[in-house]
Design a protein around this ligand. Structure first.
Ligand SMILES: NC(=O)c1ccc[n+]([C@@H]2O[C@H](COP(=O)([O-])OP(=O)(O)OC[C@H]3O[C@@H](n4cnc5c(N)ncnc54)[C@H](O)[C@@H]3O)[C@@H](O)[C@H]2O)c1
Length: 350
């Protein structure tokens, strides 16, 4: 196990994949020298790795992942690779004794996610999932205080963005971005639903279509999910929506919570968390939430209590995503559990 740190409790970090999302992770590490040292950047395009190393002060830039994984001064890696590489590289990193923070989606399938968790456990490393939206102030507040609102009855989530073309080459290929909008934005919204429901769905129905010729995957999706305790969720995902919409409406026994853009939370119209100045950045541009996310990962590495999204939570999310894929590909409703949520009595008090 590479638990050496640098003698001052700081982990040596390699950022693997230096594309769009990497800047927020690079900045998160560089901004917190008390937690970690940025040792290396890695990209199969060495120019990208070198530019990132220069900008964020990494000592080394590599075009080969194995070169970073073989180093003793690297304790942990942040995987910012295309989705289809998450599982194989995370497993390799675990086998090399490196802790792993992997971008969402954790993997392409729940089976791959389970293999990743097994590799992490066998090699006794931390495997955490970068669900960055958990680290927004409004989302953390909701997670910590929703019990005050009474029982949760239903959740509606809309995440609609407008992409005039594929933002990375691998988006174009169905086998590298299966279900496209479902693979890319599904983890954000379904992780939120999992967080507030504190349960897994018993039934899932999803429809997804492709309107655009830029890619092979789907760019518009709707899903309905039934949860234990007669609770319901609906999700709309779009790559065709302008202006952008990012809205969550949560109906509780005592009223309705609304989250706009993951940054502004109201309950029955009263503002509980307002968007703060440091949250005005675009999420691809050195977003401040990534600093909080990285701090939680560092705490996890140190064995301290933390808010990292665990591999077990990641596996649960991948099971839901698998069900969504199965549903929109078959046209069928997927039943995940025999529990009949309509008649169970979890919240049967009048
Ligand atoms: N949290 C968020 O809000 C958010 C936003 C965007 C992307 N993401 C996730 O981050 C991941 C990366 O997405 P992106 O948009 O940055 O993609 P990207 O294509 O811009 O970056 C990926 C980088 O990986 C490099 N790469 C590919 N294969 C490699 C290999 N074998 N070895 C080394 N480097 C390799 C590519 O050259 C590229 O620079 C995806 O999983 C995506 O879902 C998350």
């Amino acid at each position: 196990m590479a638990h050496s740190h640098d003698g001052h409790g700081r982990s040596g970090i390699a950022i693997i994949g230096c594309g769009r999302i990497s800047r927020s992770h690079l900045a998160a590490v560089a901004a917190q020298p008390d937690l970690a040292t940025l040792v290396a950047t890695v990209d199969s395009d060495l120019t990208l790795a070198t530019q990132a190393a220069q900008r964020y002060g990494a000592r080394h830039a590599f075009d080969d992942i194995d070169e970073a994984l073989s180093r003793d001064d690297i304790d942990a890696v942040v995987l910012c690779l295309p989705n289809h590489l998450h599982a194989s590289v995370a497993i390799k990193a675990a086998q090399a004794g490196k802790h792993v923070l992997v971008e969402k989606p954790m993997a392409d399938t729940a089976a791959d996610a389970i293999a990743m968790a097994e590799a992490a456990e066998a090699n006794r490393i931390v495997l955490a999932i970068a669900q960055c939206r958990r680290h927004f102030r409004a989302i953390r507040y909701l997670a910590d205080h929703q019990a005050d609102f009474g029982k949760l009855i239903s959740v509606q989530v809309s995440l609609g963005v407008y992409w005039p073309d594929a933002q990375a080459p691998w988006w174009r290929e169905a086998d590298k971005a299966s279900g496209l909008v479902v693979a890319l934005n599904g983890p954000h919204v379904l992780d939120f639903v999992q967080m507030v429901m504190q349960a897994d769905p018993v039934r899932v129905h999803a429809e997804a279509v492709r309107r655009n010729h830029f890619w092979a995957g789907e760019d518009e999706a709707m899903m309905l999910l039934a949860y234990p305790g007669r609770r319901l969720a609906s999700v709309h995902l779009s790559f065709n929506q302008q202006p952008v919409e990012n809205r969550k409406v949560l109906v509780y026994e005592r009223g309705t919570a609304v989250v706009e853009h993951d940054t502004h939370l109201t309950f029955n119209g009263e503002t509980l968390v307002a968007r703060s100045d440091d949250e005005h950045r675009h999420y691809l541009d050195e977003a401040v939430e990534f600093q909080r996310q990285f701090r939680e990962f560092a705490l996890a590495i140190d064995g301290q209590p933390n808010r990292s999204v665990s591999a077990q939570e990641g596996i649960r999310l991948m099971r839901t995503l698998d069900a969504v894929h199965r549903s929109f590909r078959s046209g069928d409703t997927v039943v995940l559990d025999d529990v009949t949520h309509r008649t169970d009595t979890v919240d049967a008090t009048p």
